[in-house]
Design a protein around this ligand. Structure first.
Ligand code: SF4
Length: 356
């Protein structure tokens, strides 16, 4: 399998090592017999709607100062990055769509950047060829995207790119991306190309990092209009910056309440003549059959360690029946160990446990 090589990454032997600010995260190729439901870091996530979240890889070339998943070369917490084989991922995806029925949206939204997946166009093609799938979308900050690979994705069947552009000022955009080489002008150029030269739609999805980019919200609405975003879906969806226990933040950043967030969205929307308060129905999201959750919170289950954990202090395991992945917290254990764990979380089939 070809390994993704993004900036700040170095191939060492068979493993790809990501050079971090304080540590190195090792790339782990997910075994083909591993389940692909249960982890937030890779595989599939089903939250009981017609949207299936597809996560083929976890790496990211950027180090955004507000990153909720502490991704990229400056990560302090990541122990591993994951990559899933294409056929393996599509096999699990097809089974999930068969359970959900028609009108499914495949949303490629990793804990890093999907463009680190070396077979991204093949993945989009495979998703598009799946009976029951009507929409394929992808979330990115666009650092590895260019006119050529964007066109390739459109030709493979991608319908929409949710592109996070957090500032119209190149210097501030570099600061927010935590990456001196981040090239805002190239990202905007590619955005224009997507809207004018491909069948895909574009949704500009900035993160409001209060107070750093407060003055940019209106300008970002104008940018989304100017590049031609919103051919089929809303042109802009500003995201609220949420502080996460494992995420990054700076001293300057302040978290706004949901009340203040929506108030500001209404104000900017009125000033710029745009709807910035989006609903799930704007994207055709509706309830749909959900994959059963086979375990209850607090239950003890037998698992086998199948790989390194995503974050420091964690281990990747699978249930003995190989139906679900389980993230073990509070232990870094060796591959192949069998043990019993108590499940701390089972919501949405994302399983977190602790050795019992
Ligand atoms: S916010 Fe997105 S693009 Fe930025 S570091 Fe995190 S995962 Fe990467």
């Amino acid at each position: 399998m070809t390994l993704p090589v993004a900036r700040n990454e170095l191939i060492v032997g068979n493993a790809l090592t990501v050079l971090g600010g304080r540590h190195m995260a090792r790339l782990f190729e997910v075994p083909d017999d591993a389940p692909l439901v249960g982890s937030v870091a890779f595989g599939l996530i089903d939250r009981g709607t017609n949207v299936v979240q597809v996560r083929p890889s976890s790496s990211c070339p950027l180090s955004c100062i507000f990153c909720s998943t502490d991704a990229g070369p400056c990560s302090h917490r990541r122990r591993s990055e994951y990559i899933v084989g294409l056929d393996h991922l599509l096999e699990w995806f097809k089974a999930m769509v068969a359970m959900k029925g028609n009108g499914v949206e495949a949303h490629i939204d990793t804990v890093g950047d999907p463009f680190t997946y070396p077979r991204l166009a093949d993945l989009v093609q495979g998703l598009a060829d799946t009976d029951g799938v009507t929409t394929i979308s992808l979330q990115t900050h666009g650092a590895l995207m260019d006119e050529e690979n964007a066109t390739e994705l459109a030709d493979a069947g991608l319908d929409r790119i949710n592109l996070s552009i957090d500032s119209t000022d190149p210097e501030q955009a570099r600061l927010l991306a935590g990456t001196p080489s981040y090239d805002l002008l190239k990202v905007v150029r590619t955005a224009r190309h997507i809207c004018s030269e491909t069948r895909m739609d574009l949704l500009v999805a900035p993160v409001w990092v209060h107070p750093i980019n407060d003055g940019e919200l209106g300008k970002l609405v104008r940018l989304a209009k100017e590049v031609g975003a919103g051919k089929r879906w809303p042109m802009l969806g500003i995201q609220k910056c949420e502080f996460h226990p494992h995420g990054r933040r700076t001293r300057e950043m302040r978290q706004v309440s949901w009340y203040d967030f929506y108030r500001r969205m209404r104000e900017v929307g009125l000033e710029e003549g745009a709807n910035l308060v989006l609903r799930r129905s704007d994207f055709g999201i509706r309830p749909a059959n959900a994959l059963p959750v086979p375990y209850r919170q607090g239950e003890k289950v037998g698992v086998r360690v199948i790989g390194p954990g995503w974050l420091r202090g964690e281990t990747l395991a699978a249930t003995r029946d190989r139906k679900r992945l389980v993230t073990l917290v509070g232990a870094e254990l060796d591959q192949g160990i069998d043990l019993r764990v108590r499940l701390l979380r089972t919501k949405d089939n994302i399983l977190v446990g602790r050795p019992a």
